[in-house]
Write a protein that binds this ligand. Sequence first.
Ligand code: XMP
Length: 335
Amino acid sequence: DWNMPDYIGEAVQKIREQVGTDEVILGLSGGVDSSVAAALIHRAIGDQLTCVFVDHGLLRKDEGKMVMDMFSKNLGVKVLRIDAEDQFMGHLAGVTDPEQKRKIIGREFVEVFQVEAGKLTNAKWLAQGTIYPDVIESAGKGKKGQTIKSHHNVGGLPETLNLKLLEPLRELFKDEVRKLGVALGLPHDMVYRHPFPGPGLGVRILGEVKKEYADLLREADAIFIEELRNTPFELPAVAGIDPGKAPTNWYEATSQAFAVFLPVKSVGVMGDGRTYEYVVALRAVQTLDFMTAQWAHLPHSLLGKVSNRIINEVRGLNRVVYDISGKPPATIEWE
Ligand code: XMP
């Protein structure tokens, strides 16, 4: 266990020695690892770092703005935001197979990043938020036939761009990365967010991905997350459990929670009229390792409130269902 101020001091020193006066580029995804890596490297070398944030149009509600506010506005990090939504949607049109979608999103991500990185002709280093479990994992094989986060740890790029690799988090476990992030001034809620898959909403829209679907899903998902955060989680007092470490709300009491867009329409009523709109499923799980998971027993009052809000606030959705499948046999994501 590191003492954070000492650790930051040493890590900063090491990065400075490694890169000298060279320029560094980093692909910012909005996830914890690349964010902490960016904050640490920026602390060490300031404007020698340029981050490239590829917005593929499959991010959660307000995520792009949040990333830009956090890095560009608050920390003064140089960030290029690349709006590649049309390009991603174009390549995903007509594609329904989950693995095919993953491949396309991964490939386009590398493509866009490569073009932007190619413009920064002075860059000598590619920084990545690789953490210790990634190092171990890449020795084995990833899930679903691909390495997890393979498109964020932009494989192959160092060679094609002739860059050296800078991976300052290689020795850290996730909880250490989070502590480091907080110590570097990243917001607590950002650093302790649930994991979000690299292909983003692309694998939470079943079948073909369309902007219209992504927009509906973003709204439903944001309502679900907001209500989870706003609903207190009350733990019975149990001997031996440190109340300071217990979750205080249902977001913290779940390991991953999100909405899934189902491209099927069902009938509903609104006022005097009949509606015929799309369905979303809510998924919330508790797990230690994401290899097995239990569906979360969310309070019915919370589920009811989320359902009402989604149906009333999101035009285009008229039905909400809750996923009560464990892993195995179901996976956490629906694709
Ligand atoms: P499943 O759905 O297999 O998910 O139970 C286990 C964990 O992996 C995440 N996941 C992904 N992460 N790229 C990622 O970066 C992916 O293609 C991908 N697919 C699933 C999932 O969110 C869960 O945390």
